[in-house]
Design a protein around this ligand. Sequence first.
Ligand code: HEM
Length: 428
Amino acid sequence: MSTAADPGAADRARRGDLAGADLLSPAAVADPYPLLAALREHDPVHWSERYRSWFVTRFDDVSAALRDERFSSDRIAPYRRAKLDVPEADQAVRAAFGVLEDWMVFKDPPDHTRLRKLLSRAFTPRAVDRMRPRIVELVDELLAAIVARGRADLVGDLAYPLTASVIAEMLGVPRADRARFKDWSDQITGLVFGGMGDPNRHTVGAHGMGELTEYLTGLVHDHEQTPADDLLSALIDARDADDALSADEVVSTGVLLLFAGHETTTNLIGNGLLALLRHPEQRALLDADPALAAGAVEEVLRLDGPAKTIARVLAADVELGGRTLRRGDRVFLCPAAANRDPAVFTEPDRFDITRRPGRQLGFGFGLHYCLGAPLARLEATIAIPRVLDRLPDLAPEDEDPSWHPVLLSRGMVSFPVRVGGPPASRRA
Ligand code: HEM
């Protein structure tokens, strides 16, 4: 209990209670929000001995850190130098980390500035917007198959194939080759999002990365011979007066887009459908006014968005929330906690699709703000209302779906649903 003589005692006691907090305990994987709220309230800059990392949970701290160059994104190159530049290292793992090292999301300025500028020339608002009719078509195709079967896994049968097809089509991957992407992408997930505890994740991830880069290298070669009206040709062409992407950078950026383009968006669509099925009154609002779809997607990004945490490594010592964080420390900035901070959002735990759009951090913030946000928003605002409209009797098979046990992202392993016929009131 806090006393006048020692007003910080209660706070330290609560911090003590939270000392063993584990975001990957089964309870926290299923629902991380009570633990994140306790951290935000009682230990907002939390040292986790278990993960040898800091967890930062308040909105102001997370958004300030995302703009602070001492919180470095360059976390692959130091790992490669320390662990993989040694003779006994697995060469396939080393090569896979070499591809990740070219991803702009793992770079600081000036390398980041250069890559982001070149990619922005190819990944334009026009390139995104012209996918609109294809997204509608793809959703309808997937829904037709689901209706015919009468049941579905909304992750595996809808969100994943939709988002994977959209980004593969944008890049120019032939349809016949797309089935192979799921395995590669699943394998790479272990490399990027980490499984903390899965000893094989680097070897398996390296295998997927090896096959995907080999495939894309061939595709880039084909595009160099015969340019097409797609993102891969645009990446090959993206250049400044005196700069362009190297062939390796085109391949690495292609892998980044394929990967970033669907893992997260799959989770946004899945989490969004789950939230609307769990809140029938919000679903009714959306049914009555389809213009609320964009607001509903923003609210899902805020309340249960795919980016649970964003990782950084400190490039210098930092004082934050009365703690001293040391150069080289790993920090998990937590949008999932910041987006429910009562200092910023009224009734933060309430799902309200009519909420005024706020400053949610679900796509990050600052230099690395998600480049694919317009595409993710477009896919989710088309898919979510369309699914609910076509499948009015949709109901979860399981009240407690299983979630991926990872620190960085929040998404369901699968989302089994029952698909009934339309109720009498809707048949009229
Ligand atoms: C709901 C879906 C998505 C979410 C929640 C999401 C989330 C994020 C977040 C939080 C970041 C910042 C990472 C950091 O600061 O370290 C980011 C960066 C990025 N995202 Fe997304 N993303 C989504 C969809 C997409 C899509 C569809 C694409 C592309 C097709 C994409 C491409 C990228 C790229 C290239 C970056 C790196 C930007 C940079 O480093 O400057 N994302 N995303």
